[in-house]
Write a protein that binds this ligand. Structure first.
Ligand code: DGL
Length: 270
């Protein structure tokens, strides 16, 4: 059994990279739905439908444990899949997301108890971060900021251009204008670690920027330790395979550009 990792496109590679580092002996199967990305502006129903298709595709290929690396999918589809679909698909199967593990560590980082979340429009509209933080640490004030231009800039490889700086400044300033006491800013989208340095530079000094890769990897490691029945079923050859719904060549180039991975993806239809 391989561990499935799903993202709407390339962004989840930032999570996979951290998973590979933390859990190097495990086998992973990554699926990027590049043909239908971005998910960030899509409705709940569509994100749910697409994510469920991806989950079923990974399960058909032997992944009984799947991580939704995509924040938008975690925010909009995870709960429905866990509650409505998994009981029908199979009680031995698990789907995990990235919002909850992130929220679980926020408490230990913020002193001011004011936290900023930078994410896609879809994730912000779902209010998943506010809701989940509200459950674990109700005294924390959460400011969610949609950054709709960032994913297109990154996907089109325009992020290093000065034009991109305008949009980085725009959203970070909008966030800090709403509350100048924010001391932690969460990168609540898989793509954003690629522009982390620029985001850090645009924010006031002393504001810590939190990316999810390591957090999700540590959380998955902990999950596997606590669920021995699942851990024992995982194959451990240190292998990773990649599936994409778009061009193999485009995916190959993006993986090299984004996270320095040399890979040979296979194109599939969902
Ligand atoms: N992977 C998505 C996320 O983390 C960003 C890209 C998209 O909008 O599809 O929210």
């Amino acid at each position: 059994m391989r561990i499935g990792v799903f993202d709407s496109g390339y962004g989840g590679l930032t999570i996979l990279k951290a998973l590979r580092k933390e859990l190097s002996e495990y086998d992973f199967l990554y699926l990027g739905d590049n043909a239908r990305a971005p998910y960030g502006t899509r409705s709940f129903d569509v994100v749910y439908e697409y994510t469920l298709q991806a989950v079923k595709c990974l399960m058909e290929r032997g992944c009984d444990l799947i991580v939704l690396a995509c924040n938008t999918a975690s925010a909009k589809a995870l709960r429905s899949i866990q509650q409505n679909d998994l009981p029908i698909i199979g009680s031995d199967k698990r789907v995990l997301g990235v919002v909850r593990p992130t929220v679980e560590v926020i408490d230990q980082y913020t002193k001011s108890r004011k936290v900023g979340i930078l994410a896609t429009e879809g994730t912000v509209a779902s209010r998943s971060y506010s809701i989940e933080i509200g459950k674990l640490a109700p005294d924390i004030e959460v400011y969610e900021q949609a950054c709709p231009m960032w994913v297109p800039l990154i996907e089109n490889n325009e992020w290093s251009d000065v034009g991109a700086d305008y949009f980085i400044k725009k959203y970070t300033s909008e966030l800090m204008m709403r509350c100048s006491d924010i001391d932690i800013v969460v990168l609540g989208c898989t793509h954003y670690p690629i522009i982390k340095k620029k985001i850090e530079n645009a924010l006031p000094k002393g504001v810590k920027v939190l990316e999810q890769g390591e957090i999700v990897a540590k959380s998955l490691k902990d999950y596997l330790m606590r669920h021995k029945n699942i851990e024992e079923r995982c194959s451990k050859n240190g292998k990773i395979e990649f599936l994409t719904t778009e061009s193999e060549e485009k995916f190959r180039k993006a993986a090299l550009n984004f996270v320095g991975m040399e890979i040979n993806p296979i194109k599939i239809n969902l």
